[in-house]
Design a protein around this ligand. Structure first.
Ligand code: EPU
Length: 435
């Protein structure tokens, strides 16, 4: 076991992946716990009475030690081992999270609700993460204000305080994942009942809600658009298994399909991926499901239209990967992005490889199939980075993907696992040494 802060390596900013295209992916790949769940489960440990919260099925991604560093900065002892994360609190958490780590990941904002609920006060630097839009936290703050908190913004910091939160009826403007999680975590220790209407229903939000229930919270409507929370006085630390990463599974499915491969992906809960699987099948991909996973076989691809929406709609986190697939499909496809306003920046990278994509506001029109040719592309965010790698798998010649620290944030041991499926890919550090 190691202390989390020792694992807090600086981002591997200059590393790059070098992919030689043409290989069909075949074999079996194991999907770890979800990035967008585990980081919130770690934050939820703040709500528990002193003791040890243990998470398993923890993915080997760079964001986990960053979140661990934030919790250590608040006074926790965190132990990260292969696939587990133990967070121990022996007293009240501190209220001022370390700004450097907070700015590195967007999920840091989900410490806000638990801190106010548990210690009555929180100061947070405005959080970072992918640059994929304005990503304000207005809904988080308005919801906390409705529960009786005061909010002060000064420069890059926000300070929120409440002696005791009280239940409230909150209607979100948009089913924001982070706002739903923050307000649900605030509500579990508030006085009285809270309803959150137009709540996010993503499987990761449901995973967090179920862990809170296991800790003793009273939450109804999990997976529905209205959450009802009845505050309790105290929550207990628990052991919890992180749900599988549906976005990682979907990424492998696209990589298998677009290379004409044959890959078994597990564990997968097919219901979590209902819309992506509908869309993959619409393009002609052969997807078979069994209880534990998926088998994905590629073949000739046909165009289809994709519209990103909050769950159960098509996930914005699979839009870039799907766009690569559609660039190889026969006919004209349209991809509409409704969740983030700047999530098409990856298109420039893909067109540099030879894809034909035209942007019109929040619509992308993709004409295919176009033969891709290797070039250098940047990983602009975690998913765009994965899409760049997938494009490299089908491109002729060599594709270099730069700024792979973005990919490391969401995909553990990506290169090794791609190689195990037959991909010709390697990681090069800034000095050219191979890993
Ligand atoms: N929004 C606001 N105000 C708010 C909150 C959100 O305007 O107070 C807007 C955002 O700017 C965005 C939209 O609402 O346009 C949706 O944002 P949401 O709050 O749902 O997203 P998030 O919680 O910031 C999480 C995931 C993202 C994923 C989105 C949508 C984590 C750490 N991140 O972000 O994951 O795209 O939900 O499903 O859970 C990724 O993994 O690649 C990733 C970016």
């Amino acid at each position: 076991m190691s202390s989390a802060s020792r694992d807090l390596a600086p981002p591997s900013g200059d590393d790059r992946f070098v992919v030689r295209g043409g290989a069909r992916l075949t074999g079996h790949v194991t999907v770890p716990g979800a990035k967008n769940s585990v980081l919130k489960l770690m934050a939820a440990s703040l709500l528990a009475a002193p003791g040890r919260t243990v998470l398993d099925n923890v993915p080997a991604i760079a964001d986990v030690p960053v979140m661990a560093g934030i919790l250590e900065g608040l006074g926790a002892t965190v132990e990260l081992a292969d696939g587990t994360c133990a967070v121990a609190w022996d007293g009240e958490p501190d209220w001022h999270a370390p700004p450097g780590a907070v700015r590195r990941i967007r999920a840091s904002v989900t410490t806000l609700g638990p801190l106010i609920a548990r210690v009555g006060r929180a100061r947070l630097a405005l959080p970072g993460g992918d640059r994929i839009g304005a990503r304000s936290i207005g809904m988080h703050l308005e919801g906390l204000e409705a529960m009786g908190a005061t909010v002060e913004e000064s420069g890059d910091d926000v300070e929120v305080a409440a002696d005791r939160l009280r239940g409230a009826d909150i209607t979100l403007d948009f089913p924001s994942v982070g706002a739903t999680e923050n307000l649900m975590m605030a509500a579990v220790l508030a006085d009285g009942a809270t309803t959150i209407d137009n709540a996010a229903r993503e499987p990761e939000v449901q995973d967090l809600a179920r862990m809170l229930v296991a800790m003793g919270a009273r939450i109804e409507g999990i997976g529905e658009p209205t959450l009802r929370v009845e505050g309790v006085d105290e929550l207990e630390p628990v052991t919890w298994r992180t749900c599988p990463d549906r976005i990682e599974a979907g990424t492998w499915a696209v990589a298998a399909a677009v290379t004409g491969g044959d890959v078994r992906i597990e564990p997968v809960r097919p219901a979590d991926l209902r819309m992506p699987l509908i869309k993959l099948r619409a393009t002609g991909v052969d997807v078979t499901e069994d209880g534990a996973g998926l088998r994905v076989r590629g073949g000739p691809l046909e165009s289809t239209d994709v519209v990103t929406l909050p769950y159960p709609g098509f996930p914005t986190d699979m839009q870039a990967q799907m766009m690569v697939l559609l660039s190889q499909a026969r006919g004209t496809s349209m991809c509409t992005e409704n969740v983030f306003e700047s999530r098409f920046s990856f298109v420039d990278e893909l067109t540099r490889l030879g894809a034909e994509i035209e942007i019109d506001g929040h619509h992308a029109i993709i004409r295919g199939p176009r033969r891709l040719k290797g070039a250098t592309v940047r990983a602009l965010d975690v998913r765009a980075g994965a899409a760049g790698v997938i494009a490299g798998l089908v491109a002729e010649g060599t594709t270099t993907v730069r700024d792979v620290h973005h990919i490391d944030r969401g995909y553990g041991r990506f290169v090794e696992r791609l190689r195990a499926l037959g991909a010709d890919i390697e990681r090069r550090t800034a000095v050219g040494e191979r890993r």
